[in-house]
Write a protein that binds this ligand. Sequence first.
Ligand SMILES: NC(=O)c1ccc[n+]([C@@H]2O[C@H](COP(=O)([O-])OP(=O)(O)OC[C@H]3O[C@@H](n4cnc5c(N)ncnc54)[C@H](OP(=O)(O)O)[C@@H]3O)[C@@H](O)[C@H]2O)c1
Length: 289
Amino acid sequence: MILVMASTGMFGRPVVEGLAKRGLPVRATGRSEKTLATLDAPGAELIPADMDDPSTLDKLMNGVDKVLVNAPMDDQKEVREKNIIEAMIRSGNGAKIVLLTGGVEHDDALGETGLATERLMRSAGLPWSIVGPQTVMESNFKPFRELIQSDNMLMSCVGKAKVGFVALENVTDAFITVLESSKESHIGCEYVITGPEAVSFEEVATAATEALDRRIIYQDMPRDEFRNLMITEAGFTESYVDIEVMCHLDAFRAGKATRITDDFTRLTGKKSKSVKKWWIENSDFFLSA
Ligand SMILES: NC(=O)c1ccc[n+]([C@@H]2O[C@H](COP(=O)([O-])OP(=O)(O)OC[C@H]3O[C@@H](n4cnc5c(N)ncnc54)[C@H](OP(=O)(O)O)[C@@H]3O)[C@@H](O)[C@H]2O)c1
């Protein structure tokens, strides 16, 4: 039985759905029964539990041999990942940890959180593998839909920095490959899943221009001006902007998201998707009313 934490989130949902469609035994969890019911995962067990309440996690572990350890990116990430790993240890069933980490190098609070979870994982006495997606195209490009429709524009504060954006579809395939293989496979392996090349936001705008058949420009802004815009115009809270947006953009600007690996190809035998192809495949999303 494969247990997937944060099953209705960006990574969890397609992983659960992909495993279920392959006929593999999968248990999906999140806090809300109603949200779990939206999964298109025939045969999957849906069990609500709260990562903030460790006493609810024990029931998830029965008969489980692999767990995708995954928690949302907020100020509770480290505590939630700790709660999952401790529940795995308590269960005594020796299940393998498949840890979702960040492929972007962070020497900030998010990086510290990741290191703390890795230290706990390595000392847990359980088998483990790490899969670290480089930053995902969907979470970087889809938020620009409205701005593209109104102003034909992408906007950020990363200058000419190059980023090894990866398609969510490739990340999903990588997780499924590791989770569907035996518990004894991939032990101690660390995979960083990236796109085929690192590109700048100006190059992203060129890919968007070609795919959408209209000129899309990249507007670079001073960091703090961009941060204020996210708060005053987009209506995000300061803590959301700092933890979930600026820490990534600061890392991009410092050249810490350029890494390209062939781990995806080694794992799946496939080629990872380029930014250019991603924009062509997603053009309807940006053009539809
Ligand atoms: N975006 C990227 O490019 C990228 C790249 C590499 C790594 N990452 C990492 O990927 C991880 C997941 O990303 P994300 O921020 O997009 O999160 P997410 O997967 O969207 O998180 C939401 C999920 O977490 C569940 N959840 C939230 N609080 C919960 C709780 N207390 N107990 C149980 N389930 C809970 C939600 O379900 P309910 O609301 O129903 O409970 C939902 O399934 C993060 O750690 C992030 O650092 C992201």
